[in-house]
Design a binder for this molecule. Structure first.
Ligand code: GLN
Length: 547
């Protein structure tokens, strides 16, 4: 029978609930259990797609095309599974469902209320689309005590009551601050946070306490006594330098054992196979070589805005046994530099990556960086908007079309990046109407891409004919420029199956110049680096050895 684990957070935000959830999932999976990971965000946005990446971090895209919180990226990277549309919900989406039902008359004249209508909708989400999973983990966003989260906790309480308390485990991530002057870890904030959670009728089963140092018996005893949990269920979540140490650290602290004991499953549980985590750490702790990659983007002040991208570079480093140093470069800052100041900014890089993005701000800096990479033969990877920048740069500087641009940015241009009218998904062609707005018309999720034989793309994907990568964009390169660009050395090496949408471009004469209309970073795993990233980092290192 499926068991359910809720991961809640108390005391303060930013304790790393997403990674904690992912790590618990990975430990259960390491014992051979089938694990499902879910995120419930109480905020009122329907999904994070409209949120500023500077505030909320990246928007993660699932294989089936949901725009979700970046925590789903942690789940996929740690547990190696592919999350679904049905694994992510927000307060806004739940209220939207309830209000639509109300308008349709589905409630048969009843007064529509927070309880039971909103809580029932939340419980329906918790139960939906579950088949033979051994464990379903639900991370609840925000901090216990947030007004927005109240109904989520109420729904979780009811859910636990209905499923039977033995089938549900509440893991509560809290903080034990270390007070220098007293030389002590303080338990009081956690005690109070546990009481706050009790106001919702939920007794925490396991306290996962973020802490600078291991917990002493004294702290464990105190927390057990005052928080009404077994002393063994007070587990330290120690600060670590590298997030990939977390599964092993939790295991050493006995977290997976306590979760299994809660469910009465420990005696019969298989031993965990943690070898892949040991291997990764072994590689990461023994890097002897380094490579420097410049990421020329728009949201470089907040690494979370490029979370999956950053991790994909780390994974590519693991696969190549290389420490990847990332130089985050604000593209806008490149725009007005004179030639020598500009070259100085980029000339110590072994590879240049232009990531995805929206809007014109900083784009001329990105285009300048592409030109530099192309002309100076610096390994280059362009992602989504990065590919569009590469096409614009080539049209301007190789074909001499000085006003080449994207119709996303201006109408006063030769639009080489535009909205293609025909689109195909799952064998079905759809025509985009001329007058549509942007809302809901994005190309989202995994699409097939047919690779050209004898191309860099084909070599990178080990000769595969068709690959599937995840998309999140409105615009594409206009395929009618293909032949003209090919004459100047830039070829289209990946296309949609109908041949209408360019998916990958490359320059065969360049040591390594490739860009994709999709986001390869979303599929990268620490133990299975994404092939384009792996090849890019390898090429960057090779190039650095030539200097
Ligand atoms: N802004 C571009 C588009 O909408 C690129 C999007 C992206 O990089 N994800 O097509």
């Amino acid at each position: 029978m499926t068991k359910y684990v809720f991961i809640l957070g108390g005391v303060v935000s930013s304790l790393g609930k997403g990674i904690a959830s992912a790590a618990i999932g990975s430990l259960l999976q390491a014992r051979g259990y089938k694990v499902r990971m879910r995120k419930m965000d109480p905020y009122l946005n329907i999904d994070p797609s409209m949120m500023c990446p500077y505030q909320h971090g990246e928007v993660f895209v699932t294989e089936d095309g949901a725009e979700t919180d970046l925590d789903l990226g942690h789940y996929e990277r740690f547990v190696g599974i592919s999350c679904h549309k049905t694994d992510s919900v927000s307060g806004g989406k739940i209220y939207d469902r309830v209000l639509r039902k109300e308008r349709r008359g589905d409630y048969g004249g009843a007064t529509v209320q927070m309880i039971p209508h909103v809580t029932n909708e939340l419980k329906a989400f918790m139960e939906s689309d579950i088949t033979d999973e051994d464990f379903v983990l639900y991370e609840v966003g925000g901090t216990v005590g947030d007004i927005e989260g109240t109904l989520f906790l109420e729904a979780a309480r009811q859910f636990a009551n209905e499923k039977g308390r033995k089938n549900v485990c509440f893991v509560y991530l809290t903080l034990l601050p270390f007070i220098e002057t007293a030389g002590e870890l303080k338990t009081k904030p956690t005690q109070q946070a546990v009481k706050k959670l009790l106001e919702s009728g939920i007794q925490a089963d396991i306290l996962l306490c973020r802490s600078k140092m291991p917990l002493g018996d004294d702290e464990r005893r105190k927390l057990g006594l005052f928080c009404n949990v077994d002393q063994d269920n007070v587990v330290a979540a120690l600060d670590v330098k590298n997030i990939y140490e977390i599964p092993l650290s939790y295991h050493e602290q006995g977290l997976d054992v306590q979760v299994l004991k809660h469910f009465g499953m420990f005696e019969t549980a298989p031993e965990p196979d943690l070898s892949k985590w040991h291997q990764i750490l072994d590689t990461m702790n023994n890097f002897e070589r380094r490579v420097k990659i410049g990421v020329v983007g728009k949201y470089c002040g907040l690494e979370d805005a490029y979370k999956s991208l950053k991790e994909a570079l780390v994974h590519a480093g693991i696969a190549n046994k290389l420490k990847v140093d990332i130089d985050w470069i604000e593209s806008e800052s490149l725009e007005n530099l004179d030639e020598s100041a500009f070259a100085e900014k980029l000339n110590n890089l072994d590879g240049i990556l232009v990531p995805g993005g929206f809007g014109y701000r900083g784009c001329e800096g990105k285009i300048r960086a592409v030109q530099y990479a192309r002309e100076k033969k610096v390994p280059f990877l362009g992602i989504c908007l990065g590919m569009q920048m590469a096409v614009i740069e080539a049209c301007r500087n190789l074909l001499g079309i000085k006003d080449a641009n994207s119709s996303e940015f201006t109408k006063e241009c030769t639009p080489v990046i535009t909205r293609m009218k025909v689109c195909e998904k799952d064998g079905v062609k759809s025509i985009r109407p001329d007058d549509e707005g942007l809302g809901g018309t994005m190309r989202l999720g995994a699409y097939p891409c047919v690779l050209r034989k004898d191309s860099l793309a084909s070599r990178i994907y080990e000769g595969a004919d068709v690959i599937h990568e995840r998309h999140r964009h409105y615009y594409e390169m206009d395929i009618s420029w293909e032949n003209k660009l090919a004459e100047k050395g830039m070829i289209v090496s990946g296309k949609s199956p109908d041949g209408l949408l360019p998916e990958i471009i490359e320059i065969p004469e360049h040591p390594f110049f490739i860009a994709g209309q999709f986001h390869p970073e979303f599929k990268s795993k620490p133990f299975a680096a994404q092939p384009i990233f792996k090849a890019f980092v390898e090429a960057a290192f090779k190039q650095s050895q030539l200097l």
